[in-house]
Ligand binder design. Structure first.
Ligand code: OOB
Length: 514
């Protein structure tokens, strides 16, 4: 990274200086202007430093969408401590595993909520994790430290370098132990600024965060940090439900919002009865998992605002449709890389480039993509090539200048001798009357190696399997692509950020007697 590139902290600090009196944050009844937000973050930074938290120390942050999240993040950057951003509903097992790798000296948690006693959990983690000296609670603290009691004179702004690690993100994978992703000041500053430009976000924009801001999408694509670096207004909502979020869009004149596909579906369906004025919306970003073309087509008519598909990963690479792309590109592709310096290869199982337009695994290297996970040498040898490409595990193909994502390499069903694309089967299923949503997973099978199990959601009740098979055949789906098993659900199991959690579906399919 160029030594003169701006750092993440400098981008944000400069925006605060330029836009002091403008509204930076809105959360329920709280409204903070830039000057007040930075004054509060500075005092928190001073208090943390007085407690001995120093440059390079890792600090676990497991906070919901709220003002405290932003203040804590800014305070950490201020004293050059490295926040480890954990999703509020990330499982305890994950958090403990992350602690063993990151060895944080402090952790920030909310007060007790109806669903989880965060302070109690954090205190127990502290007992098991010798590095963890401070448990800081935004609420009733008990034996821990209350966030409101941390206060000190604001330190001098830091003089960090672009290559310094600014924050650690958590990998999105749902298998195994999550990995820590070191994002630097320089790469993340580029990330938020280039994404702000590509999504038309400027000082007069209002960004609504409904998915967890600990996730790269709502944090920096352009997310809350991209908005703050532009002098725009961030509106934080802890709930993504239409009844709460849509009136907020109307009240605050929200221009930008980011959704994951299951949430986009909920919002589109809600418009049958939810009639808040959404006419302020300019851009609706959807990403995180595959957006089916039929749902993509309903975003603009039902929510207003331009659809922008975002195919991204916490490891770096961001692909996105541009606001002035033609409708076929916006509805049918996941866009093209953010930076002209992103290098994308589409390769076969032996790592050879496939012909343009053929499907293969995406490998990438570029100015804001990591070259290795934090403290994971062994895993890094598999996840990165010797010349620095990140093996994403995503199956993609070029469609003109844009990429189409066809699922994950490991999600293909290896049935008998064939490799089946789950996306093709899901699209066929969803086109049938009575099926609202479909997810096909590969299930280990004694006879076939793997079989295809289709999980289905339909408002009008379960359809008979024989009928389903004949309808799929009538669509022209070849025999081996017709799922071996069908299971009906009333709702999806979701990951911490709200994607469908396929890992939870496999055991359900396995349990069923066949
Ligand atoms: C985002 O980041 P992660 O790290 O939670 O997950 C990354 C993975 C990708 O490798 C891909 O498998 C999947 O999520 N994914 C998509 C997708 N966007 C992400 N699959 C299909 N279509 C898409 N549009 O999920 C993320 C980070 C930044 C911006 C947006 C999403």
């Amino acid at each position: 990274m160029d030594a003169h590139a701006p750092t993440l902290f400098a981008c944000l600090h400069e925006a605060a200086r330029r836009h002091g009196g403008r509204t930076a944050l809105v959360c329920e009844e709280t409204r903070l202007d830039y000057a007040t937000l930075f004054a509060r973050a500075g005092r928190l930074a001073g208090g943390l430093r007085e407690r001995g938290i120093a440059r390079g120390d890792r600090v676990l942050v497991q906070m919901p969408n709220g003002v405290a999240f932003v203040e804590i993040l800014l305070a950490c950057l201020w004293i050059e401590a490295v926040p480890v951003l954990v999703m509020p509903n990330q499982r305890t097992r994950d958090v403990e595993a992350l602690c063993r790798i990151a060895e944080p000296v402090a952790c920030f948690v909310p007060g007790r909520t109806p669903s989880l006693d965060y302070p109690d959990l954090a205190a127990r983690t502290r007992d098991a994790q010798p590095s963890l000296r401070h448990v800081i609670v935004d609420g009733e603290a008990g034996t821990s430290i209350a966030l409101r009691d941390i206060d000190g004179a604001p330190p001098e702004p830091p003089s960090c370098a672009p290559d310094d690690v600014a924050l650690l993100l958590i990998s999105g994978g749902t298998t195994g132990i999550p990995k820590l992703i070191p994002r630097t000041h320089g790469d993340y500053a580029y990330n938020i600024q280039a994404m702000a430009a590509a999504s038309g976000l400027a000082a007069d924009s209002v960004y609504l965060a409904v998915i967890p801001v600990a996730h790269n999408f709502a944090l920096g694509c352009p997310g809350i940090l991209g908005t703050l670096a532009q002098g725009g207004t961030v509106v934080l909502s802890e709930s993504a439900g239409c009844d709460e979020a849509m009136p907020v869009i109307a009240r605050e004149g929200v221009t930008h919002v980011a959704l994951v596909p299951p949430l986009a579906k909920m919002w589109v369906d809600a418009r049958d009865c939810e009639d808040s004025d959404l006419s302020s919306l300019r851009v609706v970003q959807v990403g995180g998992s595959r957006l089916a073309p039929d749902l993509a087509g309903q975003i603009e008519p039902r929510l207003g605002g331009r659809l922008q598909q975002v195919f991204g990963m916490a490891e770096g690479l961001l692909c996105l449709t541009r606001l002035d792309d033609d409708p076929d590109t916006i509805l049918g592709t996941q866009g093209r890389p953010l930076s002209p310096d992103d290098v994308v290869r589409v390769v076969d199982a032996d790592g050879r480039d496939v012909a343009r337009g053929e499907r293969g695994e995406l490998w990438t290297r570029g100015p804001y993509t990591i070259r290795g996970y934090f403290r994971a040498e062994e895993h890094n040898r598999q996840a990165f090539t010797p010349d620095g490409f990140y093996r994403t595990g995503d199956l993609v193909r070029w469609h003109g200048d844009n990429l189409v994502v066809d699922g994950r390499v490991k999600e293909q069903v290896h049935r008998g001798g064939e490799k089946l694309s789950v996306v093709e089967i899901e699209d066929a299923l969803r086109s049938l009357d009575g099926i609202d949503a479909a997810k096909v997973v590969a299930v280990p099978d004694d006879v076939l190696g793997e079989r295809a199990c289709a999980f289905l959601i339909g408002a009008s009740g379960n359809l008979d399997e024989v009928v389903l098979r004949s309808r799929l055949a009538a669509l022209g789906l070849s025999r081996e692509k017709i799922p071996d098993q069908f299971e009906w659900l009333s709702s999806w199991p979701l990951t911490a950020v709200g994607k469908i959690d396929t890992q939870q579906l496999v055991p359900v399919a396995q349990k069923r007697d066949r």
